[in-house]
Ligand binder design. Structure first.
Ligand SMILES: [Zn+2]
Length: 444
């Protein structure tokens, strides 16, 4: 029996080898992923273990034996060893560069001592030009397992921090947001001395000699926050550009790490698109970006035609959306614009933020220049107003179909507007995260 199987296998191997030599029936792939669990999302072909890829395109999906026919001398073969392969994920609503910016701020939520924070800051100094600010957030002294020898009101002195940051002002924001810890360079910048009086509602924590420890409570932090934002605003264009480039890179690393290969950004500017286009030309965009302009209608009027691009630079940059101007505010702050007053704030039905006229004008421009429209409508009143605006524009342009205009967030929808949404072909762009964060506020 065993002998029989062996012979059959040998015959099959011979047969395969022979047919490949005689007439290679498949093109040679650049890359083959094999021995995996391939999620095809294809009901006709649900089970596969291998993929052949040529020129960034999937050319075949099938069993490892089928796909082996695509392997040639130049093919890179990756053995998935049973791991799952899925298509790259698309982030449907995010803010790409500000996400990258958030990653540039040092994160101290998990720091176990002040010394650990100081060493993180020292690491950042190596990547930061002299004179530039280093910002961190999320620290809490109660989480520190190891305490410093000298403490004032449970907090350390700035000396060890200042020693590693002679040329960079540092501001480390407490997890509560109610205070910051700064270094000597920052205090020198704002001309803080031993006799500096704290502002009303603030406290400069001092040691027994009267020297500031570095801890600034409540309004005493304002002068540092102002110094930082003032500095950011005054920087030459090149420095600001380098910073955005770093944001793009960091955001890319983080999104790719989570399997996200395309990212829809709901709020860019003409200046930002100029830089992203440059980076696309250089091959420096890490993920495929789909950008929406959040500019005033009056400013977009003459520029939309020139800026529209679909699948630019091997699909790395698409600019064909206006969004997410916000028709209303957020639910948590009673800003979502509702048809009826809030049960827990009866005097208010929420807020209309950007005017109806501005949205109407944006809709007109989107239609004229073939852009998608993606406006925020969180409350049911905002949602209905947007349906009205979209419907009017659709009726005015009956020849244009399949526009895929969106309503961002779409958290509260009146039941009567559900079928209307379907009939109009409008997409409620819903984000799952809000079911957790805002869900509890939506009762009945
Ligand atoms: Zn958004």
């Amino acid at each position: 029996m065993r002998f029989g199987i062996l012979i059959v296998s040998a015959v099959m191997l011979f047969a395969c080898g022979e047919s490949r030599q005689v007439a290679p029936s498949h093109p040679v792939a650049d890359l083959v992923l094999t021995n995996g669990n391939v999620v095809t999302i294809d009901t006709q072909n649900p089970n596969a273990t291998a993929i052949a890829i040529t020129d960034d395109l999937i050319t075949a999906v099938g069993s490892a034996a089928e796909i082996a026919a695509y392997i040639g001398d130049s093919t890179e073969v990756i053995d998935l060893k049973g791991q799952t392969a899925i298509p790259g994920l698309i982030e449907g609503h995010g803010h790409y560069t500000s996400f990258g910016g958030s990653l540039m701020i040092l994160d101290f939520r998990y720091a176990k001592s002040f010394a650990e924070i100081v060493s993180q800051v020292a690491g950042a100094v190596k990547e930061t030009e002299p004179g530039e600010w280093i910002i961190g957030r999320g620290w809490h002294q109660d989480k520190w397992a190891i305490k410093e020898d000298v403490l004032v009101e449970g907090l350390p002195l700035h000396d060890s921090l200042s020693a590693v940051t002679p040329d960079n002002p540092v501001m480390l924001i407490h997890t509560s947001g109610h205070g910051v810890f700064v270094n000597q360079k920052a205090m020198t910048l704002v001309e803080m001395a031993n006799d500096t009086m704290p502002p009303e509602g603030g406290e400069i924590v001092r040691d027994e000699t009267g020297g500031a420890t570095g801890m600034m409570r409540e309004s005493a932090q304002d002068v540092f926050r102002q110094a930082f934002s003032g500095h950011q605003g005054r920087r030459p264009a090149g420095v600001a550009e380098d910073e955005i480039r770093r944001m793009v890179k960091l955001a890319g690393e983080e999104t790719l790490r989570h399997g996200i290969t395309s990212f829809q950004d709901l709020g860019t500017s003409f200046a930002e698109v100029d830089l992203l286009k440059k980076m696309a030309d250089e091959g420096n965009l890490p993920v495929r970006l789909y950008m929406a302009f959040e500019e005033e209608a009056a400013d977009m009027q003459d520029r939309l035609a020139e800026y529209r691009m679909v699948g630019y630079a091997n699909n790395f940059l698409t600019v064909r959306t206006i969004g997410e101007k916000v028709l209303d505010g957020a639910l948590g702050t009673h800003g979502g614009w509702l048809l009826e007053p809030y049960t827990d704030l009866p005097r208010s039905s929420g807020l209309n933020v950007v005017s109806i006229e501005e949205i109407e004008e944006s809709a007109r421009l989107a239609m004229k220049y073939d852009y998608q429209l993606a406006i925020q409508g969180i409350g049911d009143r905002a949602y209905r107003e947007l349906l009205n605006i979209y419907e009017k524009e659709f009726e005015r342009n009956p020849d244009k179909t399949d526009l895929r205009w969106r309503i961002e967030h779409a958290q509260v929808i009146h039941p009567e507007d559900v079928q209307r949404t379907v009939d109009l072909g409008v997409i409620p762009a819903v984000q799952g995260i809000f079911a957790c964060s805002d869900g509890p506020w939506v009762v009945d």
